[in-house]
Unconditional design. Structure first.
Length: 144
């Protein structure tokens, strides 16, 4: 699938209180809109997928009180054949759905870029990373 463009249109992060105890982190991503677009000088057919990525941080010790959140919005542009573009646009307009093939590629790209940005921004406001990071496990070798 030829994805030819990606950009964020909104980046919002806030820490609303101090972190005490265990934190529950939930992530969600969804496609908000799909629209046909003309690309390049040749006006080739494309689709612009608008997505939203959200991470919520809630503290167990304070009765599920929110301690922070992130909200990102962005656009992913796909370049393709007119027939495929038109069918996808019609399906979206009809029942707000897109094919599994489109959905997989679009959400994979959105998740990849959003998780990287979320890692950087969460560090800047002292929130835990939204996805678990690998940890080093040092084991002592038995002495012979």
């Amino acid at each position: 699938m030829p994805i030819v463009g990606f950009n964020f249109t909104k980046l919002h992060i806030e820490k609303t209180s101090d972190i005490v105890g265990k934190i529950n982190i939930t992530n969600n991503i969804k496609v908000k809109d799909v629209e046909k677009t003309d690309l390049g000088v040749e006006k080739r057919a494309g689709l612009k997928f608008t997505f939203e990525f959200e991470t919520n941080y809630k503290s167990d010790s304070s009765g599920e009180k929110s301690v922070g959140k992130m909200q990102f919005e962005g656009e992913i542009t796909y370049l393709g054949e007119d027939k495929i573009i038109n069918e996808a646009e019609e399906k979206w307009k009809k029942d707000q759905q897109i094919s599994k093939e489109f959905m997989k590629h679009v959400l994979d790209m959105a998740l990849s870029k959003s998780n990287i940005e979320a890692m950087v921004l969460s560090d800047k406001v002292n929130l835990p990373p939204p996805i678990p990071l690998p940890k080093v496990n040092i084991e002592e070798k038995p002495k012979k």
